[in-house]
Design a protein around this ligand. Structure first.
Ligand SMILES: Nc1ncnc2c1ncn2[C@@H]1O[C@H](COP(=O)(O)OP(=O)(O)OP(=O)(O)O)[C@@H](O)[C@H]1O
Length: 261
């Protein structure tokens, strides 16, 4: 099988200059992400997960080193709409219906009307929200709102999906369900997904590659290639293989903390 690198970070360093002094958020980040990978970033609060995602999306500028997306600079890739971004909060506009919210990026990008409606119907199907397009966000549960926000990020068919702790605020049962749905969606669309999480089981369940980060300054302490099969029923979490990977993630997180002391 041939692999194609879609995101490449080389010697990436990022320092924020603030009134209280410098914050060294990312140090020496080197990472290759292949097309179709599902990559989770896990690490303690403040280790730079969001900053790294925002750098891939060209919302932050590295102090040194580079990030390439689809062979372009992150900035060029942003202009070409190479990715959809899903935030921790669904961030839907309350005065727009679900269809209206998903239509917004398509309007901004100047898609013809007919195409807009076709895209909206397609992504509503993908996230299992057919029939809810005319509802307003407040008429949907938190999990459904988060699915609508994923649909909005998918609407213009970007190949890369950047997701910053999209299910962090949801209860465990809803989160399990959304994890299953997200895996199915990934399998059907073959998108490349970068996913930030604090949850070890979530990272292990979803990912083909788990990037463990450690804080001050944010570095990669381990990259784990998952050996789990692509098809993953929820009860795979009870298998020894799953527990072994989770153990390695935990060890990576511990090692990062020890460095701190
Ligand atoms: N715009 C900014 N200006 C100054 N410092 C910042 C800025 N954004 C982030 N930081 C700092 O950079 C470090 C990394 O932050 P970041 O939000 O990327 O971490 P994180 O791993 O995503 O944390 P969390 O898990 O809590 O979301 C933190 O120390 C944070 O305070």
């Amino acid at each position: 099988m041939t692999t194609e690198t879609v995101i490449k970070a080389e010697n990436l360093d990022l320092t924020f200059h603030t009134n209280d002094g410098d914050v060294h958020a990312l140090k020496d980040i080197n990472l290759d992400i292949q097309k179709g990978d599902f990559v989770s970033f896990i690490g303690p609060s403040g280790c730079g997960k969001t900053t790294f995602l925002r750098t891939i999306a060209s919302l932050e500028t590295p102090t040194a080193g580079s990030v390439c997306v689809n062979g372009m600079s992150a900035e060029e890739a942003r202009k070409k709409r190479a990715y959809g971004y899903v935030f921790q909060a669904a961030g839907l506009y309350p005065w727009r219906t679900i269809r209206g919210n998903i239509r917004l990026p398509l309007e901004i990008m100047g898609f013809p009307k007919k195409e807009q409606e076709d895209h909206i119907s397609k992504v509503l199907d993908l996230v299992d929200l057919r029939g809810f397009g005319k509802k307003y966000p407040w008429q949907l549960s938190g999990g459904m709102q988060q699915r609508a926000s994923i649909a909005r990020a998918l609407a213009f068919d970007a190949e890369i999906l950047l997701m910053d702790e999209p299910f962090g605020a949801l209860d465990e049962i809803v989160r399990d369900h959304l994890n299953e749905q997200l895996l199915q969606l990934w399998d059907r669309t073959n998108k490349t997904i970068c996913f930030v999480t604090h949850s070890i089981p979530e990272a292990v369940y979803l990912s083909t590659k788990i990037v463990v980060m450690s804080p001050r300054p944010g570095r990669i302490s381990d990259v784990i290639e998952s050996t789990l099969p692509r098809e993953r029923p929820l009860d795979i979490r009870d298998t020894q293989e799953f527990l072994d990977i989770a153990h390695r993630v935990r060890e990576g997180l511990r090692a990062g903390h020890a460095y701190d002391e």
